[in-house]
Ligand binder design. Structure first.
Ligand code: PLP
Length: 228
């Protein structure tokens, strides 16, 4: 199938799932994950209506940004090293991977230099996996209380990469937990925050993510095919 066909059938499925669980599809944003995807294929996705791209490596992100005009927006979805913040701070619309106070300090420092505010999500390691970045679910609220002291950072919500399961139904309880933490975070009404984004759901588990309250999906292989 072509990228256009993939996008069309994916969007149709998102719409169906939303209808079935009484959600408004307009509340859902889709980030096309373009790691390892060539520019011409990204252009195909763009022409099919996807205008938000997510990359997980700084180098690839900054190389690709130069190839597009500002009708597309960029998401940093991978682990971010402090010494790389300066390269992307003025280029991305959302950093999904805030996972330490020291990283927040650096985002604050670089944002202040540019007199800008940077939108971030807290990355949560919801399955407490050794191989994944992110803070533990039980640490979210205390961590958020620290982050909201940085006046050039605006906290927008939470992001997670759920554990991979052949049977995605198994991760439903973890997505429920994310939604619960998201609601708790919202209820804190912290300064410098506007909690409206729950970034979870990938090619394998987006259906469950939507049913459990995701507002932002990050999908790669479903649109561009398997990565080699
Ligand atoms: C690669 C990646 C995705 C997309 O994964 P697919 O299974 O290809 O949809 C989403 N989020 C992050 C953080 C990723 O690194």
């Amino acid at each position: 199938m072509s990228i256009r066909e993939n996008v069309t059938s994916f969007e149709r499925e998102v719409k169906n799932i939303c209808d079935n669980c009484n959600r408004d599809v307009r509340d859902i944003s889709i980030v096309a994950v373009t790691k390892t995807v060539e520019i011409n294929r990204m252009n195909e996705a763009k022409e099919s209506g996807l205008t938000e791209f997510g990359e997980n490596r700084v180098q690839e992100l900054i190389e690709k940004i130069e190839q597009f005009d500002d009708s597309v927006t960029w998401h940093m979805i991978g682990h971010l090293q402090r010494n790389k913040v300066k390269y992307i701070i003025d280029k991305v619309s959302l950093i999904h991977s805030l996972d330490s106070v020291r990283l927040a300090e650096e985002i604050q420092r670089q944002s202040l230099k540019l007199f800008k505010t940077t939108d971030v999500l807290i990355e949560v390691n919801v399955g407490s996996e050794d191989t994944k970045f992110g803070i533990k679910p039980e640490e979210i609220l205390d961590f958020a209380r620290i982050i909201c002291k940085y006046s050039n950072i605006r906290l927008k919500g939470l992001m997670t990469v759920a554990p991979f399961e052949e049977e995605p139904e198994k991760i439903r309880p973890l997505m429920k937990l994310m939604h619960q933490k998201f609601d708790e975070l919202k209820a804190l009404n912290l300064e410098n925050s506007l909690i409206d984004t729950l970034s979870m759901g990938m090619s394998n588990d987006f259906k469950i993510a939507l049913e459990e309250g995701a507002t932002m999906l990050r999908v790669g292989s479903l649109i561009f095919g398997e990565r080699s």
